[in-house]
Design a protein around this ligand. Structure first.
Ligand code: 2BA
Length: 109
């Protein structure tokens, strides 16, 4: 068994979880936020048999799209009289960041 951890856009998470459930996979959605952008995203965890891992990743691939997000950089520490013009930066956020972990033990009580 494997634990698939997929960090995805919040907007994609609802459809992703619905599609996983339609495919008879089980999923848990967690609210999360990115360390870099500090914007909310979603972490979807799926416990799946080894031979289902590729199918789960295909569902993630089909339902999660990359986007460009605009970030306003933090102003640097400045000396009196210095001037900082904040130009927004564009950051490409991938459709999903996926980790596949081995499951040592699985129990449902
Ligand atoms: P964030 O940390 O908010 O990162 C959002 C996007 O900002 C990243 O997209 C990447 O394009 C950019 N970025 C991140 N760190 C950067 C840096 N030090 N310098 C320049 N640009 C940077 P993705 O790579 O697609 O990541 C999307 C989200 O997936 C991340 O949100 C984070 O929540 C998660 N993630 C990505 N890699 C991870 C990892 N190795 N471990 C844990 N979480 C990860």
């Amino acid at each position: 068994m494997k634990l698939i951890v997929a960090i995805v856009h919040s907007e994609d998470a609802g459809v992703l979880v619905d599609t996983l459930l339609e495919g008879e996979h089980r999923a848990t959605r967690l609210q999360s936020s990115g360390g870099f952008l500090k914007q909310s995203n979603a972490t979807v965890i799926v416990g799946a048999a080894d031979d289902q891992v590729d199918a789960v990743i295909e569902i993630v691939r089909a339902n999660c799209t990359s986007r460009t997000q605009v970030v306003n950089p933090m102003p640097p520490i400045m000396e009196p009289g210095e001037f900082f013009m904040p130009y927004p930066l564009e950051v490409e956020v991938g459709g999903a960041t996926i980790f596949v972990l081995p499951v040592e033990r699985f129990e449902q009580l």
